[in-house]
Ligand binder design. Structure first.
Ligand code: GDD
Ligand code: MN
Length: 408
């Protein structure tokens, strides 16, 4: 119970009066690890739990709940619950939500006072959820509620994860500015660089509108930061079967987006945290040691060709890089990914792996240059840009080689 001075919510008006003993209108805010329970504590649980994260959405919430309940009362009568998770919004959205509980018996409300953030709000909502299917939808009507029916149908068909995507047939965004489109696609590209094996699984990993099967994420420690909860679910869940449904991202009705530079920084932090979580530590360390040996070979051959034999600069640079790539391939094929390579015997397989390795490293080289130029154009120190490029490209090379080179 979090309302000060034992206030109660008058169900009809949503206004707050102070004084009498509080009814327990709000769901207790969970503490500790962000872990979704696998087993359900209640008998006859609803099938579907939909979490609505809110921050300053008092105007949008009533029409959203009205549309959701009309839709779900028809398609899932008595089989769903709505869980609003509000982070003590300055506009007191939690009060409006509490005041609507009398009208919607399937509505539960959590007012958080210890944590803030979109992704953790959704996970805390799932922690108190009772459904087998766990969903997330924005409160501002930018995610059209009717798309839920298609997402539910996909869960019915047995998928683990059904995502509403702006980038498939029947998908799109309303009047997004070029800069917003560029930022959204840029965020997706950055994600593909750092977590290719995760973000390449769906067309719109930035989406915050989806349903996931509880058992796919149950008893796993989630650790999201920022806005991209779908990336967290794909990165840590046991997601085998995925479906995508097209939807058009709508214009906001009331209020404003809470996306700021902070969310962009949190997104990068989230990607790197997930990368570290997903990376096989020993194999990655071996890959990094081989990469470092490649730097020594590259510099050594370059010095021999250019310094000792006076070869042309470009020829020295290219040949020394080639020798380094060959060095790295041989060690990675025999040591880092040796266990995999031994199952893919024969010269044809080996040449095939070398060609893929060479392509991925070539792309990595191009990205290295692009990152250095891009960062230095943004005024970032050139050596820091180079260091960031080396870290990002090493993650890229490892992820892509593991996934597409040796096909771990
Ligand atoms: N509890 C809580 N705490 N809710 C939050 C917070 C927070 O800190 N920040 C935002 N929300 C809620 C908003 O109230 C809204 O319901 C939803 O999260 C999305 O917030 P917006 O600020 O409207 O985000 P957006 O419209 O720019 O982007 C949304 O749509 C994109 C496309 O699906 C987000 O869902 C993005 O994650 C998503 O990529
Ligand atoms: Mn929005």
């Amino acid at each position: 119970m979090y309302l000060p001075f034992f206030s109660t919510i008058e169900p009809s008006s949503g206004s707050v009066s102070r004084g009498s003993q509080p009814p327990s209108v709000f769901v207790e805010e969970p503490r500790g690890a962000l872990r979704i329970p696998g087993h359900l504590k209640t008998d006859r649980p609803p099938l579907f739990s939909l979490v609505v994260p809110t921050y300053n959405e008092r105007e949008n919430l009533p029409p959203l709940l009205d549309r959701l309940t009309q839709l779900l009362d028809r398609s899932l009568p008595g089989e769903y619950e709505l869980i609003v998770v509000d982070d003590s919004s300055p506009d007191r959205t939690w009060e409006v939500a509490g005041g609507l509980m009398g009208q919607y018996p399937q509505l539960r409300v959590m007012r958080r006072q210890r944590e803030r953030g979109l992704s953790t709000a959704i996970v805390r909502g799932w922690q108190v959820a009772r459904g087998e299917w766990l969903g997330a939808i924005d409160a501002d009507l930018q995610h059209p509620p009717q798309t839920l029916l298609q997402l539910l149908a996909e869960l019915e068909n047995g998928v683990d994860f059904a995502l509403a995507s702006r980038h498939v047939r029947n998908g799109g965004v309303s009047e997004w500015s070029f800069s917003r489109r560029f930022l959204s696609r840029g965020a997706q590209l950055l994600g593909l660089l750092i977590l290719p094996e995760v973000l390449c699984r769906v067309s719109d990993p930035m989406s915050g509108y989806f349903i996931v099967r509880r058992e796919a994420i149950a008893d796993r420690r989630l650790d999201p930061v920022g806005y991209k909860i779908a990336v967290e679910v794909l990165g840590r869940g046991k997601i085998d079967r995925i479906a995508e449904v097209g939807y058009v991202f709508q214009e906001r009705q009331e209020g404003a987006s809470k996306v700021t530079l902070r969310q962009s920084i949190e997104y990068l932090q989230h990607l790197l945290r997930l990368r570290w979580h997903r990376i096989p530590r020993r194999r990655f360390l071996q890959f990094a040691i081989v990469g470092s040996s490649g730097v020594v070979v590259d510099l050594g051959v370059f010095h021999l060709l250019r310094g000792e034999w006076g070869w042309h600069l470009a020829a020295s640079a290219i040949l020394s890089t080639e020798v380094a790539i060959l060095n790295n391939f041989i060690w990675n094929d025999r040591w880092t990914f040796g266990d995999i390579a031994r199952k893919q015997r024969g010269w044809r397989n080996r040449v095939d792996r070398f060609v893929r390795f060479h392509l991925i490293c070539g792309l990595g080289l191009a990205m290295n240059v692009a990152i250095v130029l891009g960062c230095s154009n943004l005024g970032i120190n050139e050596y820091l840009s180079k260091l960031m490029a080396i870290v990002l490209v090493t993650l890229w090379n490892f992820g892509m080689n593991a996934k597409f080179g040796w096909r771990v």
